[in-house]
Design a protein around this ligand. Structure first.
Ligand code: ZN
Length: 273
């Protein structure tokens, strides 16, 4: 199955975007929780079309405070969004492990206490938490070790984050046996070697960046098999983004272009099993 992460900034209401994705052929969708964005139209549209809702993505925010303060506001926000995840019966909650660029002095014990609150709550609700690789692999590593034997915790591989933030890492080799979610996307790599920069995180359609997708698929095949191969793509990733490839496409044309590429990858992925 092909999954697609629905963005919050389309020129049409979210339910319409979901119906369009369904018409084009996408099998499953996922949503990004964001303060001030009402996801219920999209959720209801997916339900009425029998499209599985693969995961809910936790909100953006001050993740670094989870490592510096006991029960910070960010924890409350995350716990609140887990309530939505539960009430919408979404089985997986995708979570970042730290803010990417805020300098901090982490306190491991505080961090572990805060994350335990999240994972304990999720487990009680029957929700599995998938930690995603971002720009700071050490926080992901600490949590994947903390939850090494926890069946309610797994891994979300963001192929683009790996490529532009941490190309020295092979996250699938490290956590592929616990893979639950893919965020497949592309970019043109790290603009200044050794210096992660959010401007590089473009979430382009696979094939529009520099990734070697034959190799990416080979790596994916070595990881835990996922039923839904999910794509996390953005028509425009950043304000003032220099590389804008999709400006001339309507939303439908853009989704169709995504689907053509996603189908090719999904087909190759399935054929190998
Ligand atoms: Zn991602």
């Amino acid at each position: 199955m092909i999954g697609f992460s629905v963005e919050n900034n389309y020129p049409v209401p979210m339910d319409e975007a979901v119906r369009l994705l369904h018409r084009i052929g996408f099998d499953a969708v996922s949503f990004n929780w964001k303060l001030g964005v009402d996801l219920t139209g999209g959720i209801q549209a997916a339900r009425s079309l029998d499209m599985p809702i693969h995961y809910l993505h936790a909100p953006q925010g001050a993740y670094h405070t989870l490592w510096t303060q006991d029960a910070p506001e960010m924890l409350q926000l995350i716990l609140q969004t887990l309530e939505d995840c539960k009430s919408w019966s979404v089985p997986i909650y995708v979570l970042h492990t730290c803010s990417d660029f805020v300098p901090i002095t982490p306190d491991r014990a505080i961090g572990e206490r805060n994350f335990r609150r999240i994972t304990d709550t999720a487990a009680r609700y029957g929700i599995t938490v998938a930690f995603e690789n971002t720009a700071r692999p050490s926080y992901l590593k600490a949590l994947m070790e903390l939850y090494a034997d926890d069946p309610h915790v797994g891994y979300c591989w963001d192929s683009g984050h790996e490529q532009c933030y941490a190309p020295q890492e092979d996250f699938l080799a490290q956590y592929g046996d616990r893979l639950l979610v893919t965020h497949l996307n592309d970019n043109i790599g790290m603009s200044t070697p050794g210096e992660p920069n959010s401007a590089d995180d473009l979430h382009l359609i696979p094939g529009d960046g520099i990734a070697d997708w034959v190799n990416q698929l080979k790596r994916l095949r070595g990881a835990n098999k996922v039923d839904i191969l999910s794509f996390e793509l953005k028509r425009v990733s950043k304000p003032n983004q220099k590389l804008r490839l999709y400006d001339d496409l309507s939303l439908a044309e853009y989704f169709e272009k995504v689907y053509v590429h996603a189908l090719k990858l999904e087909d190759a992925y399935r054929r190998s099993w």
